[in-house]
Design a protein around this ligand. Structure first.
Ligand code: GDP
Ligand code: MG
Length: 232
């Protein structure tokens, strides 16, 4: 009776929303801080090193747990990871590609590790979204896009640390740079990881390392190229 009931519940309801990723694709997972505008309100501006360090710590923790994880890229309150399963015919895919499992477990593992590392007044929460990207070139473009967002975010953060919100509305990127120059502040001279983001990647001898000195991806395409496996 109980077994029949379980089978029926699974078949009629649980399996109805079981979404499975296609095999031999590039899986990208992005974790993003929930309501971090508020969570970070009392943190150091424009750049909080302790926040970035805790995000990196959580990223390494999660990267180690995810089967097939190749690297992670982080900036602001987010981290994106690349997972692949096409190296061998029998390469495993994390949770057999079960999207609900991948999204919920990645968010909770990252959240737990971040809170343990950061120890803020309030606990933080993160969401996770999962996508499958068939073409390798589009994977490169995905990470390029996140890095462009990093540069834009860091300029906005720097500008808002020196000017009021009303002074900045409607201002272009060039205008924000000029405004900062007029106060003797140069975005280009800010820490590299604040402007470009950070990468967690496997070390040759095992383990994972954080790279705080990454290049601008579209100026040095070899960097992402070396991290992204090739299918046939
Ligand atoms: N003080 C501070 N805030 C940060 C830092 N990095 C990210 N943030 C904040 O995190 C927010 C992240 O943006 P977003 O994910 O779009 O907004 P959310 O929906 O409120 O999480 C930004 O608006 C910043 O306010 C930092 O280094 N210092
Ligand atoms: Mg957020």
């Amino acid at each position: 009776m109980k077994d029949d009931l379980g089978r029926r519940m699974k078949r009629d309801f649980e399996d109805a929303l079981r979404i499975t990723l296609p095999r031999r694709s590039h899986v990208v997972i992005r974790i993003d801080g929930r309501g971090f505008h508020k969570f970070t309100a009392h943190l150091e501006r424009p750049y909080c090193r302790a926040l970035a360090d805790a995000l990196d710590c959580a990223a390494v923790h999660l990267a180690k747990e995810m089967i097939g994880c190749r690297f992670g890229y982080g900036q602001s309150d987010e981290y994106s990871f690349l997972l692949t399963d096409f190296e061998r015919d029998d390469s495993p895919l994390w949770f057999d590609g079960n999207v609900q499992k991948i999204a919920s477990v990645s968010a909770s593992v990252f959240t737990g590790a971040f809170n343990a590392a950061f120890q803020g007044v309030r606990a933080a929460a993160f969401d996770s979204r999962v996508m499958a990207i068939p073409r390798r070139a589009d994977v490169m473009d995905y990470f390029l896009w996140r890095q462009l967002d990093a540069s834009a975010n860091s300029l906005n953060m720097l500008a808002s640390a020196h000017f009021r919100h009303e002074e900045l509305v409607g201002k272009s990127t060039a205008e924000k740079h000029e405004m900062l120059h007029s106060r003797g502040v140069n975005w280009a001279k800010q820490p590299s990881d604040f402007k470009r983001g950070r990468v967690v990647k496997p070390e040759p001898g095992g383990g994972w390392a954080v790279d705080l000195e990454i290049p601008v991806f579209n100026r040095e395409p070899g960097y992402l190229d070396a991290l992204t496996p090739r299918g046939e």
